[in-house]
Each structure stands twice: as C-alpha cells, then as structure tokens.
Design a protein around this ligand. Sequence first.
Ligand code: HEC
Length: 142
Amino acid sequence: MLARWRRGRTLSRTGAGLAATFLLSLSVVAGGIAQQKWEAPAEAKKVKNPVKTSPAVIEAAKKIATTQCAPCHGTSGKGDGPAAAALPVKPADWTSKAVQAETDGEIFWKITNGRGPMPPWKHLSENERWGLVHYIRTLVKK
Ligand code: HEC
C-alpha cells in the first residue's frame, strides 16, 4: 500500500518536473523571439557626429532612407514598412522616445553593425551613415 502510494508520488513528481522543463523551454523559445534590448558599446555611444547637418545632408539621407530603409522602417520611420509584418523582430520606430534618446554615436553604430533582420550598412560611406542619424532626428518635432 505504502509502496504503491510512494510510486504514485514519484510518478506525479516526475510529471511535474517534465511540465516545468517543458514550460521553461517554451519561455526560452519565446524569449529568443521577443525583442531583446539592443545596446551599442559605451565607446561607440560617446562618438560625436562629425558631419554638420544641412539641407543637402538631410536631402541625401532622405533619399537613402526612402529607397533602402523604408521597406522595413516605413516612409515616416515608424517601423511600419511593407516588409515589417513578415519579420520576426519589429523594425525600430525611429520617432520613438527610445530611439531619439540615444546618442548619435549609438544610432550610427547600430546602422553600421545591424542585428538580426536589420542589415549592417557598412557599405554606405561614414558620412552617409552620420547623415542618416541627422535625418532620423528630423522626424520628430522638438
Ligand atoms: C530588412 C529590414 C530592414 C531594413 C531594410 C532596415 N532596417 Fe533598420 N532595423 C530593422 C529591424 C528588424 C530592427 C530592430 C533590430 C533589433 O532590435 O534587433 C532595426 C533597427 C534599426 C535601428 C536601431 C534603433 C534603435 O535605436 O534600437 C536603426 C537606427 C535602424 N534600424 C536604421 C536603419 C537604417 C538607417 C536603414 C537604411 C539604411 C535600415 N535601418 C534598414 C530592419 C531593417
């Protein structure tokens, strides 16, 4: 009697253990898909924008953004481009407080290096990338 009870206890314990393991692996998978915080290295954050903004710089950056970035980030940079829905990770909303609160150096570093579906843009010149940072700043009213 006692032996059977014990066996029952052991079995249900194993069951609970399996369920816990299963739930744990589910949340690990979910965590892998959910947006993780993305931070540039401290050194990169400190770098000042060496390009002076001007109407020409903004115009050139807007052209790049409209042709190369808008499919994901949308024409107004809100992260709602036509390709966004198909991505496992949402493109950043450039007009969000989170992005705007970042330093120019941090945004430049992210554009340069990319992450996941966000491609690295090292093939654009440094001036073009700094120009894009200026352009992203123009998307919100101060
Ligand atoms: C194929 C889709 C795609 C294209 C094209 C694309 N991006 Fe992104 N971008 C993303 C995704 C997705 C993220 C979010 C990545 C993450 O959080 O892991 C992102 C994030 C960013 C961020 C980071 C914002 C932050 O502060 O966290 C910046 C800046 C950015 N993109 C700029 C650009 C620029 C500039 C271009 C064009 C030159 C561009 N992206 C083109 C998909 C794209």
